[in-house]
Design a protein around this ligand. Structure first.
Ligand code: G6P
Length: 611
């Protein structure tokens, strides 16, 4: 989390930086700041969003062709003006922006304190900039060497960009654990936490690797390791388009991304499904497929919504491919001394490809000898670069902090994988295999149909926008969707919501049900339909308000529920792709009616690069 940008070239840096920060604001929005180096350094920063920063600096001069900017998700120190980045060293020589956490900052701070350093902020980042300055002045080395030597003393994660007042035509960037991309233009360079601030200027990018340092002067880039070993930059071409990161006429990114799902799911299977032959081809798994087919166990790891997609994956792989699956929170998995064997296949699911816990978990699994695969959305991000194989989701940039289209794209990939592995393991006949492939291609059209229910769901939202609690229930494939529906509601509307397996309701949540409690029940026609009808009866007997998502034409539940949302029928294995859509819309409308910022919910960030 935290977004960082930098610019060096012939343009005025300020507009590049401020626009870049707006694109990166999904990574954190507690405070924002910019520093420009035009003979003298000028630093502007304040608590709040990038727009607050813009208002704050409106009347001040803001010229310079070299500059850095930061949007913060607070870790050390509360969000306020002083803790905002950029941070300047005590004697004014260095200015730094930082994404990550310096874990040994207390120890370093104490040592610097003993040498006369004082600190304005409570941040770990201010310690790092002072350490760089201390080494620079004491060791009489140049700025680049001071940065490298300081980073050798640091434990933790960082993506940093540094400016030195004595070497004004230079930016020094480095990364370990936190992402950093360099855009290469004609006689100009752009730096950012991801490619979205860069794509409007150039499509040529370099993804910095861990422990790499880039020294950029006007017109020249030198890449090396922390130990000063020169590296050849690997310039890659972005496939992202600038239009993909605009709101495209929608009021919010989240709404746009909900409505994009027919296309994003289609993009995810396009090129991988041959409809004429009804076959599937997953290029990123081709070389590892024999190992997956032989796997004794699959371990799926992820966080947040990606973890929910992983739970759907568990049903898919066990059902279609008959492989035992465990789904793990990355943060728990990595610290639990997990038992991982060589025959295990570990699948990491991550929209951003940068989540710190997920990244650490795959490193652990790799060390233990497992085959490690990734299902990620951001091309070139850390997880796909560190896995043995994988499948990109092709959902396009997801900017809304609450994940929507990434979830359905992840489930689409998991479904394709399970179908493919199931066929190869002979648990699916040719007929079943082809039927599933055929039905998957129908999903986008069915989602289009569900999206037409938007105004109905809007009315429902009006009715329940002021309640304090919501319960979501589902069974089988729809249990993870219940969890995801509850997460969507709580993260953007701040209403307390819980997801439960419908049968588990009897073991606790039923005590909460009264005539104030809306209960969203996912009750489409599948093999547990009768059971879920019984669960609905149980809620009704306690006067709970039933909002049921049912299959088109359902009459039984329509007679019982207070409200029904009818969705098209599909194969049970794809039901999560359809059932989640009304829940996303319900959360969105409720949050808007409550005056919440749906794209940037409080305290959250999209890319969690700290533990
Ligand atoms: C944050 C985001 C969630 C996301 C989770 C995992 O909490 O707000 O939307 O699901 O991180 O992120 P990843 O990029 O690994 O999918």
């Amino acid at each position: 989390m935290c977004g960082i940008v930098g610019y060096i070239g012939y343009r005025e840096a300020y507009p590049v930086l401020i626009n870049g920060l707006k694109r990166l604001e999904y990574r954190g929005y507690d405070s924002a700041g910019i520093a420009l180096l035009d003979n003298e350094p000028a630093i502007f920063k304040c608590v709040g969003k990038v727009s607050d920063l813009e208002n704050h600096i409106n009347d001040n001069p803001k010229t310079g062709h070299v500059g850095i900017g930061h949007t913060r998700w607070a870790t050390h120190g509360e969000p306020n003006d002083v803790n905002a980045h950029p941070h300047q060293s005590m004697h004014g020589k260095f200015i730094l922006i930082h994404n990550g956490i310096i874990e040994n900052y207390t120890e370093l701070k104490e040592k610097l304190g003993n040498r006369g350093y004082t600190f304005n902020s409570q941040t770990d980042s201010e310690v790092l900039v002072n350490l760089i300055e201390f080494i620079y002045q004491k060791g009489k080395v140049d700025a680049e060497m001071a940065v490298r030597l300081a980073l050798n003393k640091v434990e933790g994660a960082y993506g940093i960009v540094v400016m030195c007042a004595d070497e004004p035509d230079k930016l020094i960037a480095a990364r370990k654990g936190s992402p950093l991309v360099i855009g290469v233009g004609n006689d100009e360079y752009f730096l950012a936490s991801d490619a979205t601030p860069i794509v409007e200027y150039t499509k040529s990018v370099i993804y910095l690797n861990d422990q790499n340092v880039a020294v950029i002067t006007q017109g020249e880039l030198v890449l090396k390791t922390l130990k000063n070993i020169p590296l050849t930059p690997n310039i890659q071409q972005l496939s992202m388009d600038i239009g993909e990161i605009d709101k495209g006429g929608y009021d919010h990114f989240m709404l746009k991304e909900i409505f994009e799902q027919p296309r994003s799911i289609h993009d995810t299977f396009r090129g991988r499904i041959n409809l004429a032959e009804r076959t599937l081809h997953l290029g990123g798994l081709y070389h590892v497929m024999p190992k997956i087919v032989e796997a004794k166990r699959i371990i799926i790891i992820g966080c947040g919504t990606s973890w929910h997609a992983g739970l759907v994956g568990e049903y898919l792989f066990e059902d279609l491919a008959r492989i035992s699956v465990e789904v793990e929170y990355a943060s728990e998995f990595r610290y639990r001394r997990p038992i991982i064997s060589k025959g295990d296949v570990v699948i990491a699911i991550s929209q951003s490809g940068e989540t710190a816990d997920t990244l650490a978990a795959i490193r652990l699994a790799k060390e233990a000898g497992a085959l490690v695969l990734g299902i990620c959305n951001v091309v070139g991000s850390s997880i796909p670069r560190e896995t043995d194989g994988g499948v990109y989701t092709h959902a396009g940039p997801e900017i809304g902090v609450a994940s929507t289209k990434a979830f359905t794209a992840q489930v689409t990939v998991l479904a394709m994988m399970a179908i493919q592995v199931g066929r190869k393991r002979n648990f699916l006949t040719d007929d079943q295999y082809q039927r599933y492939i055929q039905e998957l291609t129908q999903v986008p059209e069915k989602i289009e149909k569900i999206l037409k229910l938007d105004s109905t769901i809007h009315k429902l939202a009006e009715k329940y926008k002021d309640v304090n609690n919501f319960l979501y229930l589902g069974r089988g494939y729809l249990f993870p969707v219940a969890l995801e529906g509850a997460l969507k509601l709580k993260e953007i509307s701040y209403i307390h919501a819980e997801g439960y397996p419908a049968a588990e309701m009897k073991h606790g949540p039923i005590a909460l049900i009264d005539h104030h409690m809306p209960v969203v029940v996912l009750a489409t026609k599948d093999h547990s339909y009768d059971k879920i009808v019984s669960n609905i009866q149980e809620v009704k007997a306690r006067k709970g308000i039933i909002i049921a998502v049912v299959s088109e034409g359902d009459t039984t539940i329509t007679g019982l529920a207070n409200h029904t949302i009818e969705i098209p029928e599909t194969e049970m294995v794809f039901s999560p792709l359809l059932a989640v859509i009304p829940l996303q819309l319900l959360s969105y409308h409720i949050a808007i009616m409550r005056g919440c910022n749906v794209d940037q919910p409080r305290n959250l960030a999209k890319s969690v690069t700290v533990e």
